[in-house]
Structures are given as C-alpha cells and as structure tokens.
Design a binder for this molecule. Structure first.
Ligand code: NI
Length: 395
C-alpha cells in the first residue's frame, strides 16, 4: 500500500478540510434537523464527481464510489453530522452562529474528515477493487439515528463499516484501535412509585412515595456492588427524581429516570430484572408500589478483531506504530453500535487531548475543541482503511 501518497494527498487537502470544518462549526444543526448540513455535504460530494443519495423524510445522505468496476467487497465509511443543544464557550473566531447549538462532540470534524477522505479515494479508485459507500449520518446524539439507514438498506451487501470519533480523553498524538467491547451499552429506565397522600403531620394515614423512593435509590447502589461480577464494568445512575407538591403533604407519586451502562452482554441481560426486583421490593417494604419501564437502546460497541487489525495496519502504515495508543474502555455509548448488529464494524478514536494547548475539555463540554492538525490524520485514516480492505482482495 502506498501510504505516502495518501498522506501527501491529505496534506494537500488540509487547508480545504479546515475551511470545511469551520463552516460546519459555524452552522451547527441539532439531531433530525440537519437540513443545511445535508445540502452542504451533497454539494461537496457532487463537486468531486460523486452522486449523493438523500432521503425524502430524513436528513443525512450517502454516496457510492465504484472502484475498478467491482461490487465486492463493500466498505462503508461513516461520519455523524449532528450538533448538541450546548451554548458554545470556546471563544473561537469560527464559533457557532446559532445560539444554544454547538458542535460540542466534534461531528463537524468527522464530516469534514470524511469529505476529504472521499476526495482522496476518488483519486485512487483505479488502483482499488470493490465499492466504498460514504455515509453521513444524522441524529447520532439521539442514540438511534442509525436505525433509519439500516432499515433503508444502507448495509446491504456491505462487508464492514468503519467510523471515527475525535476523543478528548486520548492524547492528540494517538489513535485508539483495540479489539472487543470499547464503548458501553445504553439502556434507560423509568421507575414510578405510587403512594397515598395525607397531611404531613399524619404520615401514618398516607404512604410516602418520597420515603419509598429514597429507599429504592439507596438499594439500587447495591446492584453494582453486590449483584454484578466485579470483573465486569457497569454503572447504574438515577438522573432525575420528581415528586411532591407541598412541604406539609405526604407525596403520592414520584417518577425517577435512570440509565444503565455496561460492556457486558450478560450484565445487560440481568440488569432489568435486578432493578425491577429492587424497585418493587424496596417500595413494598414501605407500603408503596413501584413500576418499572425499561427501554433497551444500544448494545456495547464492539470492534471486530479481523477488521480492527486491518485498521491498525492502516494507522501504523500511515503514521508509524507509535500512533497506536491503548485506552481504557469508555462508559459512554455510540449509536454506531446499531450497525454492528448486522455487519462487522470498527470504531477508531482519534486523540484530541493536548494539555499544553489547553485542549482538556471533554466531548459535550461548551469549551470542547480540537487542534485542527488532527483532521488530516482522521481523513487519511478513513481513506487508508478503505484502501487497505479493498486492496487486500486482490491476493
Ligand atoms: Ni459524538
């Protein structure tokens, strides 16, 4: 593989790549509302000779690049395109022009990187054999934006899907590409506690839903510490709790919302049952009743070993082996995990942390930003991975 020519082309495209990222950064759009972003990307794809395919009732788009007249294998390269309801505090000259909306997770970077990768790969098409699909996905932040494209056949005949994310917990000298579970599952739940109202001076005449909820919240802490194998990772968090009307009234209903994160399928399978038992029995001990509504949303994100090895080969070929940096698994989740239920997938984390430059704020923080020198690295990696997989088929 001619890694140098990919790097040279990425270097040539860098000024345009940075301009593209800045335009996207200035013009962020929330999940399911990426109209201008979709039009912008379609226009850019047309300019490099591709034929973007959009959807009548959904934003985001894709375009195919046929290489050497072959249909197989087909590699899907995915970038997410949506922004967050965050008020930007970076002070950058190209900060968001939309009040309260910000590319605080770096999806502007992913979009710009994949557009540059498309241009690199268009130039290499004659030397490759197979098909590359560039997928610009809407609504990643909603946790289920990927489902629409899967239902509309985006993965049909595809061999592998590859995604990237700029990552604030990893040095900007590094790229993380490890096998197996890398990001956590995400399942949410609501517990409704039913009591009975009475005057606060006569608690014995009522059933206190707040006291019952306090007991539930306390006992939930024991699921991770006492029910889950210490060698597995899990987090169970109650994030909201609402109930009560007045200081002197026994509360008759409390609603709590929470989330469960784990890298283990077996923990995921058992968490609902443990939470239900904990909620129901804790409530019963106080005379109240609890109901659990549990929503399964995302599996843990899992890197396929064979294709992750190909991605490591591309990263090492492009930037040297020292670029490959280990990282603890993340407890955050990513809707990229939906694709892997159908085909093998690889998700690369491109380091964005640089303490000397003050780049220390996490993804989703109003001060989150990246050193733009990592963008061409991300673009070269997208292109390098696809080229490596398509070239391999000749042997
Ligand atoms: Ni993100």
């Amino acid at each position: 593989m001619d890694w140098n020519s990919i790097l040279e082309k990425a270097g040539e495209l860098e000024p345009d790549l940075i301009r593209t990222r800045r335009w996207l950064h200035r013009n962020p759009e929330l999940s399911f509302k990426e109209k201008k972003t979709t039009e912008f990307i379609a226009d850019r794809l047309r300019k490099i000779g591709l034929h973007p395919v959009t959807f009548p009732d959904y934003f985001g788009l894709y375009a195919d690049l046929e290489c050497g007249g072959e249909k197989e294998p087909a590699v899907v390269l995915r970038a997410d395109i949506d922004a967050l309801p965050v008020k930007e505090e970076t002070g950058l000259p190209f900060a968001s022009e939309k009040e309260g909306v910000m590319h605080a997770c770096g999806h502007d970077c992913h979009t710009a990187m994949l557009l540059a990768a498309a241009e690199i790969l268009v130039g290499m098409r004659k030397n490759l054999s197979g098909r590359i699909r560039f997928l610009f996905q809407s609504a990643e932040e909603s946790c289920h934006g990927a489902a629409y494209y899967i239902d509309h056949g985006i993965l049909n005949d595809a061999s592998v899907i590859f995604g990237e994310h700029v990552w604030s917990e990893l040095s900007d000298q590094g790229i993380n590409l490890e096998d197996g579970a890398r990001m956590a599952s995400c399942d949410n739940f609501t517990i409704t506690v039913h009591g009975k109202t009475a005057h606060g001076a006569s608690p014995e005449r009522g059933i206190d839903a707040i006291a019952a909820s306090a007991s539930i919240v306390q006992n939930l802490q024991q699921i991770v510490s006492r029910r889950i194998d210490p060698r597995d990772s899990a987090a169970i968090t109650i994030g909201t709790i609402h109930g009560g009307e007045r200081s002197n009234l026994i509360c008759k209903e409390v609603v709590m919302e929470g989330t469960v994160r784990t890298h283990s399928e077996s923990v995921r399978d058992s968490a609902e049952d443990w939470i239900r038992r904990c909620a129901e029995y804790s409530a019963e001990g106080t005379g109240a009743e609890a109901e659990l509504d549990y929503q399964y949303i995302l599996r843990p994100l899992f890197n396929d070993p064979k294709y992750t090895a190909a991605a490591r080969e591309a990263a090492a070929g492009l930037f040297g082996t020292s670029v490959l940096m280990p990282m603890k698994k993340s407890m955050l989740s990513e809707d990229f995990a939906l694709y892997q239920e159908r085909i093998p997938s690889v998700f690369a984390l491109v380091g964005a942390r640089n303490e000397k430059k003050g780049l220390i704020y996490g993804n989703h923080d109003p001060r989150f930003t990246v050193d733009e020198s990592i963008l061409k690295r991300g673009a070269a990696l997208y292109a390098g991975f696809a080229a490596d997989v398509l070239k391999e088929q000749e042997y």
